[in-house]
Design a protein around this ligand. Structure first.
Ligand SMILES: C[S@@+](CC[C@H](N)C(=O)[O-])C[C@H]1O[C@@H](n2cnc3c(N)ncnc32)[C@H](O)[C@@H]1O
Length: 236
């Protein structure tokens, strides 16, 4: 349920609304249908799509940012060596915990921070950050940069269109122009290695051809890296 007076007010607002969605019909709010079959099948398709970009996944560690109730996570934790699932909603994480998946650690975030001591090969995020306000993304990207091994990569979905757009509610869509997207990578310490964009402006009834595509960013080397040459956090 979205109140007509609703306005996106950042992480605390997102947490409250996604917690509500987790106790309502989580499959509907995540996929647009209540079908559990669709929830599982679409999650499998998205996990396979990610695997094509991560050829060494069996030996790798992954962090999924905005896992929700585990639509994709349920497969990631069986494909990757170790999986960290992060979400702003404790309700969503509770649904995931109930299912008792193997080799999976769950972490609650305030929206832009991660627990210390994690180093991963892949950070993955799908249909999550498009629901955040644009001004909240730099802090998230810097947190991703801090947990990625120097050889690691960030693989994620974020709608890029010719026309910019800001989300009005927790379920609404932010759109980034190519220039905004490249500037975000630059200011948060990444090199863009894969990016796709849709033509024109976003419209709910006719989404751009590349709306759900995965981008790929690599950490740019920097003198004050948080990891040693073996990819371990410098603090450990
Ligand atoms: C549309 S659901 C997608 C869930 C999952 N990624 C999937 O593809 O099925 C969005 C999820 O992102 C979470 N979320 C939104 N903003 C977040 C943030 N800044 N940090 C962590 N989780 C966030 C919400 O709680 C919700 O579980």
């Amino acid at each position: 349920m979205i109140e007509s007076s609703e306005k996106h007010e950042g992480f605390a607002y997102s947490r409250a609304r996604w917690d509500w969605a987790s106790s309502a019909d989580h499959a509907y709010w995540i996929t647009g249908t209540s079908s559990v079959d669709h929830f599982d099948r679409s999650g499998w398709a998205d996990a396979c799509n990610l695997a094509t970009l991560c050829p060494g996944y069996r030996d790798q560690t992954i962090l999924e940012w905005g896992s929700g109730s585990g639509r994709v996570t349920q497969y990631l934790c069986r494909m990757f060596r170790r999986t960290h699932a992060v979400d702003i909603s404790s309700g969503m994480l509770g649904l995931l915990a109930q299912r008792g998946f193997p080799d999976l650690s769950l972490h609650h975030t305030d929206g832009a921070e991660l627990p210390p001591g994690i180093a991963v090969d892949v950070v993955y995020s799908y249909i999550c950050w498009m629901h955040n306000r644009k001004e909240d993304l730099p802090a998230i990207m810097r947190a991703c940069r801090a947990v990625l091994k120097p050889t690691g990569k960030l693989v994620f979905q974020l709608p890029v269109y010719d026309e910019p757009r800001s989300p009005r509610t927790f379920i609404d869509t932010a759109c980034w122009t190519p220039r905004e997207f490249l500037e975000l990578a630059e200011e948060t310490g990444f090199a863009v290695t894969r990016m796709t964009a849709s033509v024109g402006a976003f419209a709910p009834e006719s989404m751009g051809a590349n709306h759900f595509d995965l981008h790929e960013w690599r950490p740019r080397p920097c003198a004050s890296s948080n990891h040693d040459a073996n990819g371990r956090p410098a603090s450990i």
